[in-house]
Design a protein around this ligand. Structure first.
Ligand SMILES: [Zn+2]
Ligand SMILES: [Zn+2]
Length: 226
């Protein structure tokens, strides 16, 4: 698997970035999948260049992971995938982007002094919904859907077992887990982390924010106690 990490600035805030991952079978592959395109659609499109964006997968529906989805879908026709339990959160995420949220400084229209971002206002149509255990085969990649609630109800991780790669969204970070006070549940997070702890220690974890880690490194830090 070839992984390109784009730390896109969310809402033009220089201090807040989300990792948008572009993944493909090989560096020479013409077909790419985007995970969590949080913002800066123009940066993501430039990186995709002449390749085909076949799909966009959201690890969950928080506003910082989906700000560029509409523009990408409109520009490329890519299919959007989310977990079935996350549909309502994705709608809320779009609503947060539309309203500008408080961070969305770049969307302030100086003429009206309103936070309108017309591109983000339109949800990109119906998403394909995913369920636990499903195997997504896209662009020659095989991604197993793990339903990992805790940070949000329908948070998912994408696990490529052959490659030993896990895209963990806001469920697991280097040295900590995601917050559970944004629509999640501490009890579910506990169970989810116990499940992730059973993955092979060499598994490389690509989180929604900050740098990569491995399951082994996190086990040493006490993964189940986060
Ligand atoms: Zn989140
Ligand atoms: Zn996030």
């Amino acid at each position: 698997m070839h992984i390109e990490t784009l730390p896109v600035k969310v809402a033009g805030d220089p201090f807040f970035t989300v990792n948008c991952y572009l993944i493909s079978a090989t560096a020479a592959s013409d077909c790419v999948v985007a995970i969590d395109p949080g913002d800066q659609a123009e940066v993501i499109l430039k990186q995709i260049a002449t390749r085909t964006l076949a799909a966009i997968i959201l690890t969950h529906g928080h506003y910082d992971h989906l700000g560029a989805v509409t523009e990408l879908v409109e520009a490329t026709g890519a299919k959007l995938y989310i977990h079935q339990d996350e549909v309502a959160n994705v709608e809320e995420g779009y609503e947060a982007v539309r309203k500008g949220f408080f961070r969305f400084l770049k969307f302030v229209n100086p003429e009206t002094n309103s936070y309108d971002n017309p591109a983000a206002t339109r949800a990109p149509g119906v998403a394909e919904t995913l369920t636990e255990g499903e195997l997504l085969e896209l662009c020659g990649l095989k991604l197993r859907v793990m339903h990992t609630p805790g940070h949000s109800k329908g948070s998912l991780c994408l696990y490529a077992s052959d490659e030993g790669v896990l895209f963990s969204g806001d469920t697991l970070f280097k040295g900590t887990c995601g917050r559970t006070d944004l629509g999640g549940s501490p009890a579910q997070m506990h169970d989810t982390l116990a499940r992730l702890a059973t993955l092979p220690p060499r598994t490389v974890v690509y989180p929604g924010h900050e740098g990569t880690t491995t399951i082994g490194e996190e086990l040493q830090r006490g993964l189940s106690e986060y």
